[in-house]
Design a protein around this ligand. Structure first.
Ligand SMILES: Cc1cc2nc3c(=O)[nH]c(=O)nc-3n(C[C@H](O)[C@H](O)[C@H](O)COP(=O)(O)O)c2cc1C
Length: 358
């Protein structure tokens, strides 16, 4: 039997062996606070590739030091960081997975303690290695330090940093680039009227609020080869009154499509604390709406934990790719497991393990 989850998918010049991918998940494990990938990243990412994923997207990787969510985040603002990622990419490729990376700037949500530092929460003070954050406007995320509003030179630096990091990612061997435009980080802070009070060409209308995201996309698209697929993760809605709506997001995706984006990774929320009606597949309807209304391929994510649930999303044409996050941490072989449950004829088992599956 053949299942859609295990159909290859081609975006521009690259083909993933299947449509069951791993979304970006921060590990907060650059232990020397230098943005460098470590043995943890090799084992974690290599294991997920070994488990059969079509693509593994590396965690939010900061394009500047002040763009890190925590001091322990990965970065790509220098060549040593590129060199540390390259062997991990090579290993992911050896396992048959595409390697993706999410390029990110956390804006006003930067400089926080990592979530498993259970003795501390909120912003890391400067005398403990934290830094002053930047944002579209001097408006803080509740419970975090006040950011400084970016001026034009600061905005230009952010665009240049995304481009330089994209170049390093390609040089490290990555196949897919994802720009983080979701979860209340810098590009989402610009997009959402809840965090953007600017009265210049980056604030006010949706077109103005989307300008930085589109500038980043244009600049990255120009820097990398036409064969490289560009993904953008968006929060389809803010889940807060007067915040971004699905209609706003559909408009933004139409612009992104016209600027050369190939797939939208459809998440939601996190620009402000909100009541989110979370449950199995709770964000899939947004992926479906964006796909239907824009014609742009989408990835669905959020509480997708069962093989039949994942297959159903593809069969009913709600998305083109299914991203499995936390369930992949509980079961790093989720794609192999899914192939078995779905009785797919050819599970993505590495040769070294064939004897275990006879
Ligand atoms: C440990 C952890 C780290 C995460 N880090 C990121 C990240 O770096 N970038 C991002 O866009 N989302 C991040 N997320 C969100 C996931 O990519 C995913 O969207 C979310 O967990 C919902 O999917 P799931 O229910 O399959 O886990 C993270 C989630 C977890 C559990």
């Amino acid at each position: 039997m053949s299942r859609l989850l295990f159909e290859p998918i081609t975006l521009r010049g690259v083909t993933a062996r299947n449509r069951l991918w791993v979304p970006p998940m921060c590990q907060y494990s650059a232990e020397n606070n230098d943005g460098m990938a470590t043995d943890w990243h090799m084992v974690h990412l290599g294991g997920l590739a070994r488990g059969g994923a079509g693509a593994v997207i590396v965690e939010a990787t900061a394009v500047t030091p002040e763009g890190r969510i925590s001091p322990e985040d990965l970065g790509l603002w220098n060549d040593s960081q590129r060199n540390a990622l390259a062997p991990i990419v090579e290993f992911m490729h050896s396992q048959g997975a595409l390697a993706g990376i999410q390029l990110a700037h956390a804006g006003r949500k930067a400089s926080t303690y990592r979530p498993f530092d259970y003795d501390n929460e909120g912003s890391v003070p400067e005398d403990e290695g934290g830094w002053t954050t930047v944002a579209p406007s001097a408006k803080e995320y509740p419970g975090l330090a006040m950011p400084e509003a970016l001026d034009q030179a600061g905005i230009d630096n952010v665009v240049a940093a995304f481009v330089a990091s994209a170049r390093r990612a390609i040089d490290a061997g990555f196949d897919l680039l994802e720009i983080h435009g979701a979860h209340g980080y810098l590009l989402h802070q610009f997009l959402s009227p809840l965090s953007n009070d600017r009265d210049d060409s980056y604030g006010g209308s949706l077109e103005n609020r989307a300008r930085l995201l589109l500038d980043v996309v244009d600049a990255v698209r120009t820097e990398v080869s036409n064969d490289v697929p560009l993904l953008v993760r968006l929060s389809a809605v803010d889940w807060v009154d007067d915040g971004l709506t699905i209609d706003d997001t559909v408009q933004v995706v139409q612009w992104l499509r016209d600027h050369g984006v190939d797939l939208i990774d459809v998440s939601s929320g996190s620009n402000l604390p909100a009541e989110i009606p979370s449950g199995p597949g709770y964000q899939v309807a947004f992926a479906q709406a964006i796909r239907r209304r824009t014609g742009v391929p989408t990835a669905a994510v959020g509480l997708i934990t069962e093989p039949f649930q994942a297959e159903h999303i593809l069969v009913t044409e709600q998305a083109d790719v299914v991203l499995v996050g936390r369930e992949s941490l509980r079961n790093t072989d989720f794609p192999i497991y899914s192939a078995q449950i779905l009785r797919h004829e050819n599970p993505p088992v590495p040769a070294q393990y064939h004897r275990a599956y006879r």
